[in-house]
Design a protein around this ligand. Sequence first.
Ligand SMILES: O=C(O)CCC(=O)C(=O)O
Ligand SMILES: [Fe+2]
Length: 331
Amino acid sequence: MGADAEDDDHVPVVSTELYDADFDAFVKARNARALGAAYEKYGFVILQNHGVPDELISRSLECSKRFFALSSEEKMRYHLPGLGGARGYTAFGVETAKGSAHHDLKEFWHLGRDLPVGHPLERYMPPNVRVREGDFTSATTEVYRALDALGGRVLEALAVHLGQTRDYFADKVNEGNSILRVIHYPALVKEGQDVNEALSKAGHVRAAAHEDINLITLLLGADEGGLELLRRDGKWMEVNPPPGCVTCNIGDMLQRLSNHRLPSTTHRVVNPKPERTAFPRYSMPFFLHPNPDFVIDTLSTCVSEEHPNRYPEPITSDEYLQQRLREIKLK
Ligand SMILES: O=C(O)CCC(=O)C(=O)O
Ligand SMILES: [Fe+2]
């Protein structure tokens, strides 16, 4: 566990291997607190030794590259109108960050939790869309499961940090409406021709500044740079995870639940520098959501005279999600 709370220029890197070996030792060695402190500083942490196999990461990224290389017509067969992009393919030019006048420069795929037919939560979590071509569906389903499990482990340490029991989140996220987003940010220039350069000049960016809606986000891939977070001093800072690491950040739901003790940090993906305009970017954020009926009611352990409850009105996680999806034009 190497959280370096003093380092102002890098997102702290922490190793998660102790979690499974001996959680009590992990907590006693103040690691849970160090992890929490790292999150409190930037809202972002880079996880090493997280247990998601390198082979799975590279295989799923290869499948993702092959999927996005299909023609627009082929990809649009996987678009489900009226679902707000909750499942399947969302084309280039749709998602627009809250408050932004320009759509993002990306296309993406959403994969949700697989529920058995007739499950009571079916109305929140429609069936997934299967891609006929290649191993995209099986690889991304494996990634979904791996990141769901890793997220549960991260939440154990965060629960302890917030003064809750280790298993606080277990029955609140076990049927979470979590989403794996597989993203392709196309190159700005292909074979010397402008594909998105004019849009870039007109102010469109790969992902405009935003905060994530959910509890925590676990990001895989993203070997091509561009991710930046907004520090509290108002400066943008690059997030450059070493290959194979998982970048983890706090979302608005956990910020709200923790009465802003854990900050949901604004972040963005900037357009490539001139020497990288011919390179696309692929990434896979996993947005870990609570169960749809979980009521986000500020934790009493995060309220004090000094920190009065900012959210006296509780809200269910589904209501909160629907409000936010309308704001980013996915609904
Ligand atoms: O592609 C990335 O690295 C981050 C994407 C992101 O922040 C998002 O989709 O919410
Ligand atoms: Fe994000």
